[in-house]
Design a protein around this ligand. Structure first.
Ligand SMILES: *Cc1c(COP(=O)(O)O)cnc(C)c1O
Length: 334
């Protein structure tokens, strides 16, 4: 029972079978029919002209930032954005692109007045502001649809491109009960992680227009992401998008259940009403020794990431009874 992340999900039996049976070729030559099928299908499905299969979400974000921005350009993003905080500074290191982070509001949004104030004038003192990068879901929170519309208006007004780090965009779509294309339509580019709650073993997608994806394709080669018989992975990736989206509903129900159970424990501060998707954060009172609890849970076959707040993630490989076992065992060790 591993509650650290939805990245721990194992491929389904159908995925393993599809991987074994996948027709493959050398994708660097464009010869892998299974990769080509995934890219064409995903582009159409999400309302973009083209798509690129990448090794990871980090790579997909890096290619997006480097395709939108040149050396000396900058992108606006959240202080908590994955592509600012958790990607080893790749945009700066490899793209010579300057991040301009803005403090996220409690709901994950970025304030438009603050964004506007951060846009640099056209003057040789400054980096050139080119892009706004949003994230949905962000720390398990869903950006409101009305906010996405406002973001589109904002970038149009200021002549910026708009990128979505949609690692968990399907969690957002399921939580809002909208088609994922309704979220995607506001963006010039979007990433999707296939290897989180959607359970593929490896891989992400980058979506955008043809010229953008052509640029990203060259950059993917540059960073060593040109893969050969990658259809083995793309076969699982397609099933992630066609067979695993339904599972996300269950993951969200289980996250609520976990939040409810944790909220009954002394020293655990969590409001189940604030849990929108598959991620639960609990703020701990000082008397809770989460490291010691994590140690004891390990002996029960339960893995968590200790921290304060402590984060739990639900996914297809933990059931509702696993959630109850987690809460009961924490209670026992408190
Ligand atoms: C996981 C994640 C990524 C990166 O994906 P990897 O495949 O782990 O590199 C990017 N953005 C967000 C929001 C994520 O949660």
């Amino acid at each position: 029972m591993d509650f650290r992340s939805d990245t721990v999900t194992k491929p389904t039996d159908n995925m393993r079978k599809a991987m074994a049976d996948a027709i493959v070729g050398d994708d660097v030559y464009g010869d892998d029919p299974t990769v080509n099928d995934l890219e064409n299908w995903a582009a159409e499905r999400h309302g973009f002209e083209a798509a690129l299969f990448t090794t990871s979400g980090t790579q997909a974000n890096l290619l997006a930032l480097m395709s939108h921005c040149e050396r000396g350009d900058e992108y606006l993003c959240g202080q908590q954005a994955h592509n600012y905080k958790f990607e080893a500074g790749g945009a700066a290191v490899l793209g010579s692109i300057q991040p301009q982070p803005i403090e996220n509001n409690p709901d994950g949004t970025l304030d438009f007045a603050k964004l506007k104030a951060a846009i640099k004038p056209d003057d040789s003192h400054f980096a050139r502001t080119k892009l706004l990068s949003l994230e949905n879901t962000i720390n398990g929170k869903v950006l409101p649809m009305s906010y996405l519309e406002e973001a589109r208006q904002f970038v149009n007004e200021h002549n910026l491109a708009l990128h979505l780090d949609g690692a968990r965009v399907y969690n957002a779509a399921v939580a809002l009960n909208v088609d994922v294309a309704e979220i995607a339509k506001h963006f010039d580019s979007m990433t999707i992680c296939l290897s989180k709650g959607l359970a593929a073993p490896i891989g992400s997608l980058l979506l955008g227009n043809k010229a953008f994806i052509a640029k990203a394709h060259r950059l993917r080669k540059m960073v060593g992401g040109g893969m050969r018989q990658a259809g083995i992975l793309a076969a699982a990736g397609k099933l992630a998008l066609t067979e695993q989206v339904e599972q996300i509903k269950t993951d969200h129900v289980n996250a609520k259940l976990l939040a409810r159970k944790l909220s009954e424990l002394p020293g655990f501060n969590v409001n189940p009403d604030f849990v929108q998707t598959n991620i639960v954060f609990a703020k701990l009172d000082p008397q809770v020794n989460i490291d010691s609890i994590a140690e004891k849970l390990k002996a029960d076959g339960i893995t968590i990431s200790p921290g304060n707040p402590v984060r739990f993630v639900t996914h297809k490989d933990v059931s509702d009874s696993d959630v109850i076992a987690l809460a009961n065992n924490i209670k026992k060790y408190l």
